[in-house]
Ligand binder design. Structure first.
Ligand code: GCU
Length: 126
């Protein structure tokens, strides 16, 4: 199932901006996080308690992977976001998460000075 989509342009952004200059995004734009470690985008997701799949749609037009931590209610994993070939070429990363009933905070934080990849949306599927 496609799951529920949460656009990055509706999320909370720390050090970054909503932009729309690279085609192929969903909604009205994507988040271009600043090229610094610690910049993040955080979504508030309503969940059913238990296992779910988190999908992250992103673009990285460089040839250098952009690792980030993905924190779900404070429980953190690190993911690489490899180059996608162009800023207008979007890819989806998937990972298992555990959600709470009700509100869940999902935060993607850059861990290197290159910042996050551009972020289009997350989807959460049971
Ligand atoms: C370019 C690109 C941005 C991207 C940035 C980056 O400036 O146009 O969309 O966010 O590189 O390196 O993060």
């Amino acid at each position: 199932p496609p799951g529920t989509r949460y656009e990055a342009e509706n999320a909370t952004i720390s050090q970054g901006a909503v932009e729309s200059n690279h085609a192929g995004f969903s909604g009205t734009g994507f988040v271009n996080g600043d090229n610094v470690a610690g910049s993040y985008t955080e979504w508030t997701v309503s969940g059913v308690a238990g296992a779910a799949t988190l999908r992250v749609r992103y673009a990285n037009g460089t040839t250098t992977s952009r690792p980030a931590t993905i924190a779900v209610n404070g429980s953190t994993v690190t993911r690489d976001f490899p180059g996608t070939g162009a800023w207008s070429t979007w890819a989806t990363a998937s990972l298992p998460v555990t959600l709470n009933a009700g509100s869940n905070a999902i935060r993607i934080t850059a861990t290197t000075a290159n910042g996050n990849p551009n972020l289009d949306y997350i989807e959460v599927a049971p």
